[in-house]
Design a binder for this molecule. Structure first.
Ligand code: SAM
Length: 224
């Protein structure tokens, strides 16, 4: 590849990223300026498989290794916006997958802890996040339905796989005033995005609309 090819490739991605912001995010209700800035800053093309780079800014989930997916950009932005982050928070992401969501979160929060049950994906994400300089992200390999007790408590917990119910460890590992953003529903049918906010020891639940995710598998999730 020549220098001018590299330049035009960079231009193509930044143009596609601007179009994503305009058509897929702002037009669909993503208004948080910090979230829009993070979505503009993270190169999604680095987190998809080489054959899917050209589709990196299409508003859809894409396959990654191990039969998993990188979430749709709108969904990532929607969950980040719903978490109401100001920059000072310690955040837990369940389902690291490609590492893309963790990279976006790393620009929105002080510290990000992300956990993935498939070791191969966790290792790929760790290497990638490190190479791209997302230094406030800690990657774990384990059953994320148990949370990450050694790093708790968290100000926000973002679950990027579909749960059958709210895992109790997330409530136990949440700070007062903290938010849990989690899709809950059937294993192979759509889920409802829920926001739980802990206020004076009680959970306030809001329904944020319908989404579709791969299942959250583990002790407090679906069986495998
Ligand atoms: N945040 C990811 C990204 O930006 O690429 C999207 C992840 S994908 C939609 C959901 C991920 O959750 C999959 O990689 C899957 O292996 C993972 N997962 C499912 N159950 C899990 C569990 N109990 N603990 C940790 N990860 C889990």
């Amino acid at each position: 590849m020549t220098n001018s090819d590299e330049h035009s490739e960079t231009d193509i991605y930044s143009h596609a990223r601007e179009r994503m912001l305009r058509e897929h995010l702002r037009e669909r209700g993503i208004t948080d300026a910090r979230v829009l800035h993070a979505m503009r800053s993270v190169p999604r093309e680095e987190f998809v498989t080489p054959d899917n780079k050209r589709y990196a800014y299409n508003d859809c989930a894409l396959p990654i290794d191990c039969q998993q997916t990188i979430s749709q950009p709108y969904t990532v932005a929607f969950m980040c916006q719903a978490a109401q982050l100001t920059g000072s928070e310690k955040v837990l992401e369940i389902g690291c997958g490609s590492g893309y969501g963790a990279a976006v979160l790393s620009l929105l929060a002080r510290e990000v802890h992300t956990i993935e049950r498939i070791p191969e994906l966790a290792e790929q994400a760790r290497v990638k996040l490190d190479r791209l300089g997302y230094n406030n992200v800690h990657v774990y390999t384990d059953d994320g339905t148990l949370g990450v007790p050694q790093a708790a408590p968290f100000d926000a917990i973002i679950v990027t796989a579909g749960a059958k119910e709210l895992p109790q460890p997330y409530v136990d590992q949440l700070n007062e005033g903290g938010r849990i953003i989690i899709p809950i529903g059937g294993e192979y049918t759509g889920q409802t995005m829920c926001r739980f906010t802990l206020r004076q020891g009680l959970l306030d639940e809001e329904n944020l609309g319908g989404f579709a995710f791969v299942p959250l598998i583990g002790e407090f999730g679906w069986d495998r």
